[in-house]
Design a protein around this ligand. Sequence first.
Ligand code: ADP
Ligand code: MG
Length: 189
Amino acid sequence: TIAHFPAVKTLEDFDFRAQPGVDAKLVRELAQGRFIASAENVLVFGPPGVGKTHLAIGLGRAAVEAGHSVLFTSATTLLAALAKAESEGALRDKLNYFAKPKLLVIDELGYLPFEKRAAHLFFQLVARRYEKGSMLITTNQLVGQWGHVFGDDVLAAAILDRLLHHSHTLLIQGDSYRLRHKRKAGLLT
Ligand code: ADP
Ligand code: MG
């Protein structure tokens, strides 16, 4: 296991009552890890602060505990690593590195739009992992916005096609958990 989780979070700490938009039953089912055995993907959609990263870490930990190899990265870190490797003539090795873990978690897709070349590198990785290894992706952008994220509608469609083919999706629509006290204090209304 080479996890690199950015914080200590568990599914036990996740308050499902605070976020009724999350399908608790699906999360518990995903924690069993069968999606990894069958190389299916998980996409977690939602605005900032609703618990996407928390759930991604929790599911990643559950996968580690079940004995799967897991790599946790952010979209920005992943793309920077692929672009650097490409410029150094080492793209193949880097693609192998990200293709290897049974579960690759990619956090925060969509916060920064991709350069055209980066979008193409991302497509190569998705194509490499397709039907071979699971990806868990968190994103603040609904599918309809992915053309903007990747700067190319055709490439975005090809990426989505592969990611969604065998996938589970969680759509979180509630309020930010980070700002719940500010909301209670009336600062946000
Ligand atoms: P996102 O990735 O969607 O922006 P995070 O997962 O980083 O949001 O959540 C923001 C903070 O709120 C984190 O500290 C996280 O642990 C906490 N949090 C979010 N939702 C919940 C929840 N339902 N129960 C417990 N903690 C939560
Ligand atoms: Mg996050």
